[in-house]
Design a protein around this ligand. Sequence first.
Ligand SMILES: NC(=O)c1ccc[n+]([C@@H]2O[C@H](COP(=O)([O-])OP(=O)(O)OC[C@H]3O[C@@H](n4cnc5c(N)ncnc54)[C@H](OP(=O)(O)O)[C@@H]3O)[C@@H](O)[C@H]2O)c1
Length: 244
Amino acid sequence: MTSPSPLASAALVFGASGGIGRALVSNLLSDSRYSCVYAVSREPDFQSLSSHCTLIQADPLDPDSVGRAVENIKHPLTRVIITTGMLHDSVQKPEKSWRALETETLARSFAINCTAPIMVLKALIPLLPRTGRCEIAALGARVASISDNRNGGWYGYRASKAALAMLIKTLSIELARTHPDCICALLHPGTVDTAMSKPFQSGVSPEKLFTPEFSASALLSVLDGLVPSQSGGHFAWDGSPIPA
Ligand SMILES: NC(=O)c1ccc[n+]([C@@H]2O[C@H](COP(=O)([O-])OP(=O)(O)OC[C@H]3O[C@@H](n4cnc5c(N)ncnc54)[C@H](OP(=O)(O)O)[C@@H]3O)[C@@H](O)[C@H]2O)c1
């Protein structure tokens, strides 16, 4: 096997088995700027995607497994997207009322939606080039906007994504000093037809329910268009800024 050129750049998607994660990987594999796309997931299962797709198994909640994943990355990373997020699963549902608040489920929402993405970014920052453009992004959500919160509910999801927005903003300020061409952003994918939105799609009009492919393509265009002075912001799939 030939070793990768030290100058070749790579993209990485963490949370690559989810609906939007898979579509991001697939889109990035057709982008000639990247000689390799790392697809990191708890259970990577799409071996045949392409010869320049490298699958890595890692759990974002397990620092040892993230550390082992990083050891497998052989290229500088010029685009990193963390898709990790949870609104509901077999353990918990989004809270409709304060009566449903529980210490354990709130802590779990914060662990998956906020701590996991920032700790993965912490592990990956040493692989970013110090000079030259690079982008690091995590998937946010419009419902994380405090000023846009008109419906209430979804306490843990909203709050953990809002906290992630603060972590991304804070990270962007520090990275501007050491990686002046790096753009750090939170991206809202729209309402996307994935397992996450399935239980909540009935009130969504068809034109507002995006395919994962449409959303992934839109998010990658947004990343392409961002400049370092916008680093730290939260942007929707159409490039519009989402207020804190
Ligand atoms: N779908 C929407 O309408 C919508 C709207 C706004 C924001 N978002 C955000 O977009 C991102 C992707 O969502 P999606 O729609 O693609 O949902 P999805 O198909 O459920 O994917 C969720 C991703 O999060 C990871 N994940 C879920 N539970 C986890 C856990 N317990 N521990 C570790 N990792 C876990 C999974 O990683 P693995 O690859 O390891 O399985 C998966 O890639 C999320 O951050 C979500 O909050 C989605």
